[in-house]
Design a binder for this molecule. Sequence first.
Ligand code: ATR
Length: 286
Amino acid sequence: MISGETNVVGLIGDPVKHSISPQIHNSAFRELGLDYVYVAFRVSSNNLADSIRGIKSLEIDGINVTIPHKSAIITELDEVHETAKKIGAVNTIKKTEKGLKGFNTDGIGVLKSLKERIGGLKNKKILLLGAGGAARAISFILAEKGVELTISNRTVSKGEELANEIENETKSKVSHIPQEKKAMAEEIKSSDILINSTSVGMHPKVDETLVESEDMHSELVVMDIVYNPLKTRLLEEAEKAGAETISGLGMLVYQGAASFEIWIDEEPPIKIMKEAARKALEGKRK
Ligand code: ATR
């Protein structure tokens, strides 16, 4: 029951209607009996600065930030966590004594989702497809874990730039290959993990994939950050090749859980949050 004491957290972005973060977080609050509510606020880019003043004046405890504000929000904040600064994007804000502080939990989501299935990542050879906002968050955190990272992006210059930037920032070696069938197939032969961090395969273009089964192998782990649909064409191709698959659901839930931990001093109920996410995604398809 919402009362005068209920704490409000939420999301700012544009659009936000499609977001399933409210279902994920509110299920966790219910499970733990916490007097919190999570709401989605549509904020257009020209109202971003005003929304920050609103968050402060209404004393909202925590906010998630999504497209298109993840980068633009940085200059509006009082403090930004080191990792979020490197990535150049914030997806979580917390009220502190100094004002508002920004964090980025997108990479943590992928890291935890991978670790849950395959344990340690040190020295694993990973091919990451994409060089956009999501790829930046993922590649920074993976490089810090001592993996052997290769980036492949449709726009070659962007992929190269990201690879160079990560090398400079993390001192770990990052390679780059063109996003061509032959080059990717050759790279995958010696890779342990393949991650798609592009939007390829996302609803409604569900028949698209950047890699097909003939270029995969049964020792490979294939992860997709696309979660609508949960079983993307890429993951279907991976199954055909006998590879292990990890859907975008884990990443989605773990990045939310990491935000939850930043706001609230309680262990997030991962299982309940996963169930809520799955149910919300199923509801969308009806
Ligand atoms: P996000 O923040 O979700 O990562 P983004 O920053 O717009 O979104 O990045 C989208 C990524 O998907 C980019 O790597 C993009 O490749 P380009 O840099 O060449 O644009 C990639 N992408 C989108 N559509 C693609 C397609 N049809 N084929 C290959 N890559 C695609």
